[in-house]
Design a protein around this ligand. Structure first.
Ligand SMILES: O=C(O)[C@H](O)[C@@H](O)[C@H](O)[C@H](O)CO
Ligand SMILES: [Zn+2]
Length: 301
């Protein structure tokens, strides 16, 4: 494996205000993602290059596959089921009803088909928000919701180790990638610890995914990069820089999950900086990483 074969291209100039939650859907050779403030769930067909967009009635912060068809998404403060054909959203559960300024942020389905997602106070500008307002929640297959912990600033990246015994989690403003022991049978988490502290130029940790070797990939907001971490040694193994600063999240997709897709944001970039990064808000594809990902888990409810 040589690092020099890494290639980065913008495959879709979508101008997302805040692109997030990339998810590969093998059945349609497509990449799903959201644009949070634009209230849009998008599906980009990698073969036809066509995009389908569904607009919902509140900021949509994550999307996931659903075993029984369609998708699930976190919309405002609700876990919803999305019917792609008739473009409808059905509410499965509502959270944070006592916190009127909160919304969901990043979410992902665990290996047993439960949908994890956390909340945050709405931002007045990128990174500017009332602190400690967020919590981490999980929607179980029977549609009941459990709260894991509160006091979160910006609930973000999440994924599970390949043996399903560890849950990795990012609260962005802690500048840390954390790990918990994970009980796949019950969905319970325990024993929180930090596995990596971001360096200054890496800026703010945002979305995250695991690769087929058990290493973590973290998108660095304002850092214009994704970094590969070894959660066992706490070392950074690789840095891949992108031509945009506000990289928000990443996932593997494409043939055998050998490509990485990266979302990013356009909001918060001044006119002068936009000239330097005209592709801000686009969808990027990284090839030649020499490592594959794993398929996303579908929600089983
Ligand atoms: O994409 C997200 O996860 C949040 O919704 C964003 O708002 C950014 O992470 C945040 O601005 C970084 O500070
Ligand atoms: Zn995020």
């Amino acid at each position: 494996m040589t690092m020099c074969s890494v290639k980065i291209e913008c495959v879709l100039p979508e101008n997302c205000r805040c692109g997030e939650s990339p998810v590969w859907e093998e059945a349609t050779n497509s990449l799903l993602f959201v644009d949070i403030p634009s209230k849009k769930v998008c599906r980009w067909d990698s073969l036809s290059k066509q995009v389908h967009r569904v607009t919902v009635d509140a900021p949509v912060s994550s999307v996931a596959l659903r075993q029984s068809g369609g998708y699930v998404a976190t919309v405002g403060t609700k876990f919803c089921a999305l019917d792609w054909e008739d473009q409808s959203a059905i509410v499965l559960a509502t959270i944070d009803q006592d916190k009127k300024n909160n919304r969901f942020n990043d979410g992902k389905v665990d290996p047993a088909g439960r949908y994890f997602a956390g909340t945050m106070a709405e931002e007045t500008a990128p990174g500017v928000l009332e602190r400690h307002q967020g919590s981490l929640y999980c929607l179980f297959p029977d549609h009941h919701v459990e709260k894991y912990f509160d006091q979160v600033d910006i609930s973000n990246g999440l994924d599970w180790s390949l043996d399903h015994k560890i849950f990795y989690y990012i609260d962005s403003l802690s500048y840390s990638v954390d790990a918990f022991d994970y009980d796949l049978h019950t969905g319970k988490i325990s024993n929180r610890r930090s596995v990596y502290k971001l360096e200054k130029d890496e800026q703010i940790p945002d979305g995250m995914c695991i690769d087929a070797e058990g290493k973590l990939w973290v998108a660095c907001y304002n850092g214009g990069r994704v970094i590969r971490l070894d959660p066992e040694t706490g070392k950074r193994l690789q840095t891949v820089k992108l031509p945009v600063d506000k990289t928000t999240s990443c996932c593997f997709g494409g043939k055998d999950y050998s490509e990485m897709y990266v979302t990013c944001a356009r909001d918060g970039i001044g006119p002068e900086d936009l000239l330097r990064q005209p592709k801000a808000g686009g969808i990027f594809k990284i090839t030649g990483l020499g490592v594959k990902g794993i398929p996303p888990y579908p929600f089983v409810g």
